[in-house]
Write a new protein. Structure first.
Length: 202
């Protein structure tokens, strides 16, 4: 939507007086963040847009100026979560290049636990009715660059994405298990996690 149409639609909502004082991009991101946090606590199917709006200090109608449907909102929230997790992955990629695989996963796990709503939302989304088949956030070439060369050399792009999906699923479930204290975070459980994840890169 071009900006003239966007502002026209925005002024039709009751939330315009509050929204007009904010940067539109920041409002859009705030909606996504609160969607992720709320759904992580209550499950996606049970997350009312009204509650998200209250946390953003806007009206329910304003959410749907930015995101036309609830499905669109959750799809964008999933992309947003992946983007945050991937940004952390990328910022620590130098550890992989240096062969410090365990250090890399320690950093990744630490960030994910400090912001566990990203992992919880991703896991919930992947099992929800809102899930869409979307392209992975990274390319097959990226996977082949960082994953075990022997493991990925003869894999098709689809097989590379399947490998990434498996490692990502293990990662998400581990974060959730530690965050919810379903599993004690101790040397034994951390080593088991590192061995699985590091194995994909060696």
């Amino acid at each position: 939507m071009i900006f003239s149409d966007f502002f026209s639609a925005l002024h039709k909502t009751k939330g315009v007086k509050k929204v007009a004082r904010r940067n539109l991009v920041n409002v859009a991101e705030r909606i996504l963040l609160e969607t992720v946090k709320t759904a992580a606590e209550e499950s996606i199917e049970k997350t009312p847009s009204k509650k998200i709006a209250e946390k953003c200090d806007i009206t329910d109608a304003t959410i749907f100026v930015y995101y036309k449907t609830k499905k669109n909102l959750f799809n964008k929230a999933y992309e947003y979560s992946l983007e945050k997790l991937y940004a952390n992955f990328k910022s620590n990629a130098n550890l992989l290049q240096e062969g410090k695989y365990k250090d890399f996963w320690e950093e990744i796990l630490s960030f994910a636990l400090d912001n566990d709503y990203y992992a919880k939302f991703c896991a919930a989304y992947r099992h929800s009715a809102y899930k869409e088949k979307t392209n992975p956030y990274v390319s097959a070439e990226f996977i082949k660059d960082y994953f075990n060369a022997e493991l990925t050399r003869n894999l098709t792009d689809e097989q590379c994405f399947s490998l990434l999906d498996t490692v990502f699923s293990i990662f998400l479930e581990t974060v959730i298990a530690f965050a919810d204290k379903k599993v004690d975070k101790n040397k034994k459980t951390l080593d088991a996690f590192f061995n699985v994840c590091v194995g994909a890169f060696l």
